[in-house]
Ligand binder design. Structure first.
Ligand code: AMP
Length: 218
């Protein structure tokens, strides 16, 4: 199967992580979440983790070069299955640097899918989100992680004041990416309201269109 690379864009709480896991499994893509990579570094207490802990927990963005480095070393070349980027790029500069990394590897530009969810819904979702330190976000009805049994907690950056800061960072620094990718003809937009399965269906239809050489619902 030819390589296909996908970028999922959307505000925090849009369901990017859930949708990325579903799509990566369906399309055999390598799922790269810069948020997960940074949280792993923080949990491990590595040099990188110590450097970014305060920034991540305040809901701000870590420096562009630093996240690009994490992604670039995992991109692979044209012979490998594609990657599914979740939470990267988040600034125009990251998008430009990523475009350069793709061009240097002679890879086709990625397909960008934006998941749209209103701010109020984001705040509602994230302020009630419970997370397992090993397995990530868990369904709201679980008292303990249904996969590994660990107690659930609230992510440091899911407190409401930090969620509002993350939303304002998104509006200022990440939302402009939509127009940038739209101008290049590689953006599709999906409604992020509804069941995870229905949203996955919308995304799958776009990816099937891209695989078939079509333009999805572009
Ligand atoms: P996420 O899990 O994608 O919501 O990311 C959690 C946090 O990690 C963000 O609020 C940022 O502090 C940091 N982060 C993740 N991805 C990036 C990125 N592409 N650029 C800068 N900071 C990032």
């Amino acid at each position: 199967m030819t390589r296909l690379d996908v970028i999922l864009v959307g505000p925090p709480g849009a369901g990017k992580g859930t949708q990325a896991s579903l799509l990566a499994a369906r399309e055999a893509l390598r799922h790269l979440s810069t948020g997960d990579l940074l949280r792993e570094a923080i949990a491990a207490g590595s040099e990188l983790g110590l450097r970014v802990k305060g920034v991540v927990e305040a809901g701000h963005l870590v420096p562009d070069e630093l996240v690009l480095g994490l992604v670039e070393e995992r991109l692979g070349d044209s012979g490998l299955p594609g990657v599914l980027l979740d939470g990267f790029p988040r600034t125009l500069r990251q998008a430009e640097m990523l475009a350069g990394a793709f061009a240097a590897r002679r890879l086709e530009p990625p397909h960008v899918i934006e998941i749209v969810v209103p701010d109020d819904e984001v705040v509602r979702r994230l302020s009630t989100r419970r997370t397992c330190s090993a397995c990530g976000p868990r369904p709201a009805h679980e008292a303990a992680c249904g996969t590994c049994g660990k107690p659930l907690g609230v992510r440091a950056d899911d407190r409401e004041s930090v969620v509002r800061e993350r939303l304002s960072v998104y509006a200022r620094q990440t939302a402009p990416l939509s127009d940038w990718y739209r101008a290049q003809g590689c953006l599709d937009v999906v409604d992020g309201l509804g069941s995870p399965e229905s949203i996955a269906g919308r995304i799958a239809a776009i990816v099937d269109g891209a695989r078939g050489g079509g333009a999805g619902n572009r």
